[in-house]
Design a protein around this ligand. Structure first.
Ligand SMILES: Cc1cc2nc3c(=O)[nH]c(=O)nc-3n(C[C@H](O)[C@H](O)[C@H](O)COP(=O)(O)OP(=O)(O)OC[C@H]3O[C@@H](n4cnc5c(N)ncnc54)[C@H](O)[C@@H]3O)c2cc1C
Length: 371
């Protein structure tokens, strides 16, 4: 089977692909997204959905500006997607407490307050145990204080990816459920994509296969240093009151989501491309959850999910034209922050395809040739 020619073929149908497709479609490009599985069936559909531009790899340097740009875009985009599709992605502001249980943990958090409090629009301060419990009565009285962050955001990732795809479809973007197996090339040009059962011609090809993008290194002869990092989340039901705030401790977090369930995560596991859930992860997430919110000991496990983050060699995203190629692009590597960063990654990718450069704040830190 040979499918007709498209201006842009995007390999992979995660959130980065769907948002880029939407921007391209809205600007008149004929776009096809190739997705090997179902839409939202990997990390983009199963992430937690926290939008925190003040913490994580590369923040504050060199990605604070980029993270703030991404964060700033989410609110307007949520409205835009709702207008286009009727899907409410569940964007909301949600205050967050980062608990500390030891003096070392408290010192580590306090170190960051100095620069965080200068970031416009956010109030960040250290609160003692009494104040932390006033803010969220269910946090552990064993904590010795917490960093309070007002008001980062949150959304529902599955609704976000559905809305992004459906908005794209309104502008002619098509989703083909096909697995790509290679590139069709002529010299330094990519003329199409090889599928499991056919080919598709393309003016431009974008590789946005999340953690699988590293496998395309062989297709193009350029190292794209991205590997999978498994993360698991528990969805729990409790008769206790919903949590007022998101609560974090070390690399774990917990919040009441819009489905009324408590979502608790997470793990960071090098398990190759294995997306299975494990009892070890369940136990370690439950241990952190009980440490943060000890009163919720009635919590019943409703669902456990596991998926793979696309982790680049330095933990920061890669959004660039592929070195040595005329019309081959890559957008991947967002690790733990791909829902937050997806807005900026898609805008930078659109700009590079459309005009060869991007003015998005901090976009020069996303280049492939930094490796
Ligand atoms: C447990 C967990 C919690 C998270 N929580 C948050 C959070 O709170 N906030 C945040 O900002 N981020 C979070 N993330 C990170 C975020 O989910 C990811 O960074 C982001 O979803 C990656 O999006 P992507 O589009 O790059 O890749 P993916 O979502 O992995 O999409 C890639 C797609 O490409 C497809 N594909 C692969 N190979 C091929 C092929 N050959 N042909 C066709 N299709 C192919 C795959 O099937 C897949 O659907 C979390 C991740 C995990 C695992």
């Amino acid at each position: 089977m040979t499918t007709g020619s498209r201006d842009v073929v995007i390999v992979g149908g995660g959130i980065v692909a769907c948002l880029t497709g939407y921007l391209l479609g809205r600007n008149g490009y004929k776009v096809t997204i190739l997705e090997a599985d179902s839409l939202g069936s990997h990390a983009s559909g199963f992430a937690f959905g926290g939008l925190d531009p003040l913490t994580g790899v590369g923040i504050p340097f060199p990605l604070l500006e980029f993270s703030l740009w991404c964060y700033g875009r989410h609110r307007g985009l949520a409205r835009e997607l709702n207008d286009n599709t009727g899907i409410d992605v569940g964007f909301e502001f949600r205050d967050r407490l980062h608990l500390a249980f030891t003096q070392e943990e408290a010192a580590e958090s306090k170190k960051n307050i100095e620069w965080m409090k200068d970031v416009g629009g956010f109030n960040v301060e250290w609160v003692d145990t009494k104040r932390a419990i006033e803010l969220e009565p269910q946090v552990s009285s064993e904590c010795i204080g917490a960093l309070l962050e007002q008001s980062p955001g949150a959304l529902e990732p599955y609704r976000f990816i559905l809305a992004a795809m459906r908005a794209g479809e309104r502008f002619g973007v098509e989703l083909l459920q096909r697995r790509a197996t290679g590139l069709i090339t002529e010299g330094d040009r990519c003329t199409g994509v090889q599928l499991e059962n056919g080919t598709i011609s393309a003016g431009i090809v974008l590789l946005a296969m999340g953690p699988w993008t590293g496998l395309a290194s062989e297709w193009c002869g350029v190292n794209i240093p991205v590997t999978p990092l498994r993360g698991q989340i528990l969805r729990l039901r409790s008769e206790n009151k919903a949590l007022n705030m998101a609560v974090n401790y070390a690399h774990s977090y917990v919040a009441t989501k819009t489905d009324g369930l408590i979502w608790a995560g997470t793990t960071e596991e090098e398990a190759g491309f294995d997306e299975s859930t494990t009892s070890e992860a369940r136990d370690s997430i439950m241990a952190d959850f009980m440490k943060m919110i000890p009163g919720m000991d009635d919590a019943e496990l409703v669902q456990q999910t596991a998926c793979l983050r696309p982790l680049s060699a330095d933990g920061m995203p890669i959004v660039d034209k592929v070195t040595g190629w005329d019309n081959l692009f890559v957008a991947t590597g967002a690790g733990r922050k791909g829902i937050l960063w997806s807005t900026g990654m898609a805008q930078v990718m659109f700009d590079l395809i459309d005009k060869g450069k991007s003015d998005v704040d901090g976009s020069d830190h996303l280049k492939l040739d930094r490796f």
